[in-house]
Write a protein that binds this ligand. Sequence first.
Ligand code: 0GY
Length: 305
Amino acid sequence: MHLLSPRTPGWLDWYRDPSVPSFRLPAGTVDTHCHVFGPQAEFPFAPERKYTPCDGGKKQLFALRDHLGVSRNVVVQATCHGADNRAMVDAVRAAGDRARGVATVRPDVAEAELRELHDAGVRGVRFNFVRRLVDTSPEDDLRAIAGKIAPLGWHIVLYFESVDLPELEGFFSSLPTPLVVDHMGRPDVTRPVDGPEFSRFLRFVDTNDVWVKVTCPERLSVTGPAALDGQRHAYTDVVPFGRRVVGEFGDRVLWGTDWPHPNLTDHMPDDGLLVDHIPHIAPDEEQRRRLLVDNPMRLYWPDEA
Ligand code: 0GY
């Protein structure tokens, strides 16, 4: 039997007893950014990983989905599983038509493997440029992957830090598929929403085929989860950023939980509170319908949209 690795010191477990959100998600809501971790005994973590998480498998993911009132999930390959997509694919298959996947693949991936991933429900690959998470792949490798997945109609999910956008933007713009940016490109929310850094990001979105996940207020926030005036309104410093993106790119925004919330060491968000963040960034009903239902359906279930 193989020995289980202990989780990384300081690692916080996902929230075991999330509250019931006050905001009721519209029918058909898609959580477009969540992961599965293992369980390690069944799906060992990749040897090259930069962290060892706690287990967070498909059973718990589906329980959270049902608790929050989410209809469907997009399970994004987490770096702790490297390019071994088995845990993610297992979760997507188990969900039936209620999940899609985003994989990590290597440049030498065979066409038959991509076909198999497609049949399982995978519709994109993730390119990760966050150095604490991965050793970044050479651009030529990423181009080779992009060339292989483009004919399948897939997109590329990009995860990067905002300070790296100027250096990466040219490469991103040259990619042949739609792009989906994680966590609004990770802005520094202590800087002004109309300052040069975030304006550059908005320009990048405006001038390319880019979708934006308005996810992870808990990761971006400096003020943290403290509720405002006793209301279920946390992560208030992130609100202007989310609201701006939803306001400007209403037909290209996506929402997600980021469960089980990798790499958080200061606090673990209550997923119910994350749902209650939505009306603050998408104040009108039409915006919320597009963010939560219409946009993700168009991207991941186009035949049903
Ligand atoms: C996220 C955030 C992180 C990690 C990963 O795949 C991952 O390991 O995505 C992070 O640490 O910022 O998108 O869930």
